[in-house]
Design a protein around this ligand. Structure first.
Ligand SMILES: [Zn+2]
Length: 321
């Protein structure tokens, strides 16, 4: 057991229950709370509705993977925290392209920056971040940005060890980012059990996703929406089935990478994404039954929904001691 920080206060890892490993209560872009198109009352209402629907579907914890530059809203957490039965873990980190303000920072400067939100709290709310999020995407293909993303990953590793919190990574599996991230984390002396290589069900390469599990990382199969149709939902569920059948249920976590309210990926006419309060129900109500129909046991489902994420927090806490 270990203690983790949630927006609702400290919790024991034994009490997390079924967990969605990568979601967003409210996302968009850094500074969006100052834009006239952002409506905090709407963001709070939508987050609460979506959290309640997920809770009704059996989920007890949501990991919010929204760093400041991805539109994290401490005020939304503050207004949600006493009104939801759900545990919500907030993140600190950096999202995709590194803001120019950080361009010359050393890994230790990143670590110190991340540690503030872990130890003191985010955005003057007193709510402590419980996880570090980093994000590698197409920017990694561009040489000057690649170096910045690698430096941020090293900083995240150092902060994870000092703060005793896990790292969750947005990756682009088509570029096999997980392999390089694991190399960096190993060079930094991080226990890979405290890391989640996320968005891995974007991958269509079994050698890649089985390889991540063999190396000891937690594999985040945390992209799941109905938007691309039933065939794609089956393909994504097959990634989970492959990992379970290879013996890695304890190292798989599930989620949607979906938002209660978001100002990114909105409709062509502008404004926030179309509301969908059922946005966090597909994993418990579609993917889990699909897996069970193919022989996955209740205990293996429990491993993926409850024990895998718990283990990343416990491995991270153990590094600090
Ligand atoms: Zn995400």
């Amino acid at each position: 057991m270990a203690t983790i920080q949630t927006i609702n206060g400290p919790r024991d890892t034994a009490d997390l229950g079924p967990t969605l490993s990568h979601e967003h209560l409210c996302s968009g872009f850094g500074g969006m709370s100052l834009a006239h198109i952002f409506d905090i009352d709407e963001a709070v209402r939508r987050a609460l509705d979506a959290l309640q629907q997920a809770y009704d579907a059996g989920i007890r914890t949501v990991i919010d993977c929204t760093p400041l530059d991805n539109g994290r809203q401490g005020r939304v957490f503050d207004r949600v925290k006493d009104k939801t039965p759900m545990n919500v873990v907030a993140a600190v980190g950096v999202y995709k392209a590194i803001p120019i303000a950080y361009a010359r920072w050393t890994p230790d400067a990143y670590a110190e920056y991340f540690l503030h939100d872990i130890e003191i709290g985010i955005e003057e709310t007193g709510i402590k971040a419980g996880i570090i999020k980093i994000a590698w995407d197409v920017e990694y293909q561009i040489e000057p940005l690649r170096g910045l993303l690698e430096t941020a990953a090293r900083g995240a590793a150092r902060a994870a060890k000092l703060g005793g919190v896990p790292i969750t990574c947005h990756t682009r599996p088509a570029d096999y980012h997980g392999n390089r991230l694991i190399e960096i984390f190993e060079e930094e002396g991080l226990d890979l059990a405290a890391t989640t290589i996320g968005h891995t069900n974007d991958s269509t390469d079994p050698e890649y996703y089985l390889g991540l599990a063999r190396k000891g990382a937690n594999v985040g199969l945390d992209r799941f929406t109905a938007a691309r149709g039933e065939e794609e939902m089956e393909r994504r569920s097959q990634v989970a089935l492959d990992l379970v059948q290879a013996g890695f249920a304890e190292q798989v976590s599930l989620g949607h990478d979906a938002a209660g309210y978001s100002l990114s990926g909105g409709p062509p006419e502008g404004g926030p994404r179309v509301e969908n309060p059922a946005v966090w129900r597909l994993v418990p109500e579609w993917e889990v039954p699909w897996l069970k129909q193919r022989g996955v046991t209740d205990d293996q489902i429990d491993a993926m929904l409850t024990r895998s994420v718990r283990r990343t927090f416990e491995a991270a806490a153990a590094m600090k001691q």
